[in-house]
Design a protein around this ligand. Structure first.
Ligand SMILES: Cc1cc2nc3c(=O)[nH]c(=O)nc-3n(C[C@H](O)[C@H](O)[C@H](O)COP(=O)(O)OP(=O)(O)OC[C@H]3O[C@@H](n4cnc5c(N)ncnc54)[C@H](O)[C@@H]3O)c2cc1C
Length: 444
């Protein structure tokens, strides 16, 4: 039976391991971190586990629902209506329904109508490939005009992608809107979903099933090299330890993958991988004595603010789960050499808190019970123009080594739903390979 090694225990690694182990294969996940979950990982607080980076699902996220059902956890996905808003020119505006949109004062009436019509324009896009050669900025200016772009979408794009904002393809933006639109009811209200009790319970259920099916998960095992014989990967290395492997799936971000294989592949291949750029993310997670507002998702479209969103998680999931604490995330996407990314937790908190106070002047430092900062080096691939030309293939220059990573999710944007889909694709891909080898090895 072939030995399968999966590098990375995020959602892609867990789902592919789960399926391969259940199909009777010998699978090992090697995970660099001391816990599984990757970007959807959690930390312990006050006896409860909480995501390091805010997470929810859209109604169109069907793969996660299938995963949950396959684990026998039906009923654990809870649907909640979400209150969204926008902070602009020192004011919070509710933006949860079409009526809210019509009352959105920063825009002229014409602008409000154009903003509302964008939902329909998004639905009219039949062939996303036609958007590959247009930047999100140019496409949006054309759809909604300069006023709406300048006051709504421009600041959000800039807030998320910074200097890279004008490189982002319209495909990325269109898909983001299409996904979010899929979570809206006919009356325009939005419903989002969450795993009851948090994502840790879901990853733990996957871990249990992988282990029950005979798979193994080795934590704190950072892969740094592969052993190659006659262009075939025959083992994976972590420091001094060697893990023999007949088939390997890499699920890490491309720069990490490049480092792992750099000694064994042509430079051209590494240069191709390097064409995909990423942004890092730093998230400040605050645990507060009181709520900031009744809004779950507050887009910050004020260009003077360094954050693109204030997410009050406990306006989505109940505070009881967290011993009555109110959980707030302040999120910032940025290059990893940015001074903000390099700040210590305390420096980042001291930098960020006054901005939060500008939006919510009643909140004081004494309302903060605890805070923590989480950082991810590769949190968002930048979907640039003609991204399909630089999309890496699942096959690699090395035999037995396959690539299933976040940067290959396209035209959709990354997310746990598509990580689940990718885990399914990875396991199908390998099983098909195993079957093909078995057939070719059978004597006539
Ligand atoms: C701020 C933020 C908010 C988000 N919000 C949402 C949301 O609301 N809803 C949603 O569905 N998704 C959301 N996502 C995206 C979602 O978390 C990811 O798309 C998904 O978790 C990616 O899974 P993955 O397995 O592809 O990658 P990862 O989670 O990155 O997994 C890769 C794994 O590889 C490990 N690894 C790295 N290097 C090595 C090595 N050398 N050896 C061994 N292991 C290694 C890593 O530790 C990690 O566990 C969000 C992400 C961020 C950053």
């Amino acid at each position: 039976m072939p030995r399968i090694v999966i590098i990375g225990g995020g959602f892609v690694g867990l789902v592919s391991a789960l399926r391969l182990a259940k199909a009777g294969h010998k699978v090992s996940i090697l995970e660099a971190d001391s816990e599984v979950g990757g970007l959807a990982g959690t930390f312990e607080t006050n006896g409860q586990r909480l995501e390091k980076f805010y997470h929810h699902w859209f109604k169109s996220d069907t793969y996660v629902n299938e995963l949950v059902s396959s684990l026998g956890l039906n009923g654990h996905v809870v649907d909640r209506s979400s209150r969204t808003g926008s902070y602009y020119a020192n004011t919070i505006f509710r933006l949860s329904s079409p009526l809210d949109l019509l009352r959105y004062k920063p825009l002229s009436l014409f602008g409000r109508i154009r903003l509302g019509l964008l939902v329909l324009q998004v639905r009219l896009v039949r062939d996303w490939k036609s958007l590959e050669s247009i930047t999100a900025e140019n496409w949006l200016r054309k759809q909604v005009g300069n006023e709406v772009y300048g006051k709504v979408w421009g600041p959000l794009l800039k807030g998320k992608f910074g200097e890279m904002a004008n490189k982002v393809s319209a495909v990325w933006f269109w898909n983001k809107l299409a996904l979010r639109g899929g979570s809206r009811a006919k009356d325009g209200s939005e419903t989002l979903s969450y795993f009851k009790g948090g994502f840790a319970a879901l990853t733990q259920a996957m871990v249990n099933e992988i282990e029950q099916a005979g798979g193994e998960i080795i934590l704190s095992e950072k892969v740094d090299d592969v052993i190659v014989e006659e262009n075939k990967v025959v083992a994976v290395r972590s420091g001094e330890r060697t893990h023999p492997a007949d088939l390997v799936i890499n699920t890490t971000a491309l720069p990490i993958f490049s480092d792992i294989i750099s000694r064994h592949v042509p430079d051209e291949y590494l240069q191709k991988l390097a064409r995909v750029k990423y942004l890092g993310n730093v998230c400040l997670v605050l645990q507060l004595k009181r709520s900031l507002s009744d809004t779950y998702w507050l887009n910050v479209t004020d260009p003077d603010f360094p954050f693109v969103g204030v997410i009050e998680h406990t306006n989505f999931e109940t505070t009881e789960l967290y011993g009555g604490r109110h959980i707030v995330y302040l999120s910032k996407y940025l290059p990893t050499d940015d001074a903000l990314f390099l700040m210590t937790d305390q420096e980042f908190y001291e930098f960020a808190f006054p901005y939060l106070q500008k939006i919510f002047p009643d909140i004081g430092q004494d309302d903060v019970i605890e805070y923590a900062c989480y950082r991810a080096n590769y949190s968002q691939p930048i979907i640039s123009l003609h991204y399909s030309d630089i999309l890496p293939a699942h096959e690699t220059p090395l035999d037995n080594l396959f690539l299933f990573t976040m940067a290959q999710i396209y035209p959709e944007d990354r997310g746990t739903n598509y990580a689940v889909r990718q885990g399914i694709e990875a396991s199908d891909y390998l099983q098909e390979r195993i079957l093909r080898r078995a057939v070719s090895a059978t004597p006539d």
